[in-house]
Design a protein around this ligand. Structure first.
Ligand code: SAM
Length: 211
């Protein structure tokens, strides 16, 4: 049963606009590693995204001009805080995370009234939107590992993204392997692709634009 965790207000003043070094990662690397050890296929990586990757996906998804954003797989919240920092004051961010421990950590540590943390599957975006009385997002971002999930689930998540996005909206997925692109071509057609080298491992960033 999906569950909602609403974050109380606060600030993200620890965030800087400047890229930070790749190591150390300030966003709960131990909790992230523990999450990987407990649920390796779902987490798919032993460390969170770098600050450089956070900046790249934030820019690629044009977060500053989006009024409703969905993040699939926020993990321990580094990418979430980067999105919040780039978002307009009146925008909303719905973070859909399957791991209850990560949801709890996000709720406790990323305190911003624009953020809604939703425990559930990325395959059920419409259910989450309805539950929180939200309409269609302009941007969906995903860091979830498509290469370690069944193909049917991957296609179901991508279909869920397509059905939820507003006309003119965009879907940005960042991945080490190209499975998301192989599957995404079936749902959206070919993506535009960037490479972020300043991440461990280096990752591709795929962007699809809705008509
Ligand atoms: C590689 S981590 C990305 C974390 C963070 N966004 C970052 O870039 O550092 C992948 C995240 O996706 C979550 N996840 C995996 N499958 C999911 C699903 N079906 N629905 C929602 N979240 C999922 C995992 O629990 C994990 O937090």
């Amino acid at each position: 049963m999906p569950e909602t965790l609403q974050a109380p207000p606060s600030d993200n003043s620890d965030l800087s606009d400047k890229p930070h070094p790749l190591i150390p990662q300030p966003d709960h690397p131990i909790a992230f590693l523990r999450g990987f050890l407990e649920r390796p296929k779902e987490v798919g990586s032993i460390i969170p995204s770098s600050r450089w990757m956070e900046r790249r996906i934030t820019r690629s998804a044009e977060i500053a001009k989006s009024n409703l954003i969905i993040e699939l797989g926020p993990g321990t919240g580094g990418t979430t805080k980067a999105l919040l920092q780039a978002m307009a004051p009146e925008a909303r961010l719905l973070a859909i995370e399957i791991n209850p421990d990560f949801c709890e950590l996000l709720t406790q540590t990323v305190r911003d009234p624009r953020l809604i943390v939703h425990q559930g599957s990325a395959a059920d975006i419409q259910e989450a939107l309805t539950k929180h009385d939200l309409t269609t997002p302009n941007a969906v971002l995903s860091g979830i590992p498509f290469s370690t999930m069944p193909k049917e689930l991957g296609l179901s998540i991508l279909q869920s993204v397509k059905e939820s996005l507003a006309p003119g909206g965009r879907f940005v997925a960042y991945q080490f392997r190209d499975v998301v692109h192989t599957l995404g071509k079936q749902i959206f057609g070919p993506a535009s692709i960037q490479l972020e080298l300043l991440n461990m491992p280096p990752m591709r960033v795929y962007r699809w634009d809705m008509p």
